[in-house]
Design a protein around this ligand. Structure first.
Ligand SMILES: N[C@H](CCC[C@H](N)C(=O)O)C(=O)O
Length: 292
């Protein structure tokens, strides 16, 4: 049963945004009191002109003092507990509606704080990274998650990686030339590697200097994107832990640049631009077609 004849979401307003090229939709369901089913998320991902890397769905907060609870969908309908660029886009939308310059947004990985840092610049506190192998999670014990052997190995992929959980699982491969990596081939194999029981977001990073990193990302549940904020955080943490970078660096992605800072309080802050592309409404026809 894949076909949906209609959806109560039809007619609701939705914001198309991007966080340095990471394509984000923001759908505020707090007032409507509705939820999004995975099949509805996939239908929106297929909608002409709407497609997204992440769909940020806002729901009534669970705790007093928070502005919203965020459910974060990938294009395959799977959920993520963290999305840095999407969170910064949500801050833009709610800030524009007068909800404040600093917001608290709840996720399945805990609350995140986000605030305006300039005209179209927003920052988010992604919290502390989790670095134990069970917390990533990895399927097998790894005594040092800075350097995990990729076993079984995959042709064309480096032999080892760093593992970091930023609310979601990340594997960071340091390579000589991220631009030459065949992500379309390597991405799916690594995302689904048996070491990752919850799959993983896959980063290919090159250290340019102590405070500049070049990065390309294959995202769990979505594929290659022009930017991934939590991956930029995971990469900075992996680099700093291994002495490859400072604890603050600029991370350059195909869609733009983020400043990532891993503070003395262990929290990781991300700052960068967001852009509102357009506001539209969900159409009934998006939900009418059965999934092939
Ligand atoms: N683009 C997002 C992360 C999406 C992660 C998602 N693909 C997953 O963990 O399943 C970001 O800016 O942090």
């Amino acid at each position: 049963m894949n076909g949906m004849m209609t959806s109560p979401l039809a007619g609701l307003p939705i914001f198309r945004m991007n966080g340095i090229g990471n394509e984000i939709l923001v759908l505020d369901l707090r007032r409507a009191g509705l939820e999004v089913a995975p099949a509805e998320a996939r239908a929106i991902a297929r909608a002409p002109g709407l497609r997204f890397d992440q769909l940020m769905v806002l729901q009534t907060p669970r705790h007093a003092g928070a502005n919203a609870f965020m459910r974060i969908y990938n294009t395959d309908g799977s959920l993520s507990a963290a999305c840095g660029n999407g969170t910064r886009c949500v801050a833009y939308v709610l800030g524009r509606a007068g909800e404040g310059e600093t917001l608290t947004l709840e996720t399945d990985a805990g609350p995140v704080r986000t605030w305006r840092a300039g005209e179209t610049r927003f920052a988010v506190d992604m919290g502390a990274p989790r670095l134990g192998w069970r917390e990533i999670p990895l399927a097998e014990e790894a005594p040092d998650t800075r350097n995990v052997t990729l076993a079984p190995e995959i042709q064309g992929a480096p032999a080892a990686f760093s593992a970091v959980n930023m609310g979601n699982p990340h594997a960071v491969f340091f390579v000589d030339d991220p631009l030459s990596m065949d992500l379309a081939t390597l991405g799916p194999q690594l995302e689904h590697h048996k070491l990752f029981p919850e799959r993983a977001n896959i980063s290919f990073a090159k250290i340019i200097t102590q405070d500049e990193i070049l990065l390309r990302v294959w995202e769990r549940g979505t594929g290659e994107t022009r930017a991934c904020g939590s991956a930029a955080c995971a990469t900075l943490v992996a680099a700093a832990r291994s002495g490859l970078s400072a604890r603050e660096a600029r991370v350059r992605l195909p869609g733009g640049e983020l400043v990532i800072a891993w503070g003395a309080d262990d929290h990781v802050l991300m700052t960068g631009d967001v852009e509102l592309e357009f506001e539209t409404a969900l159409e009934a026809r998006y939900f009418a077609e059965p999934e092939s």
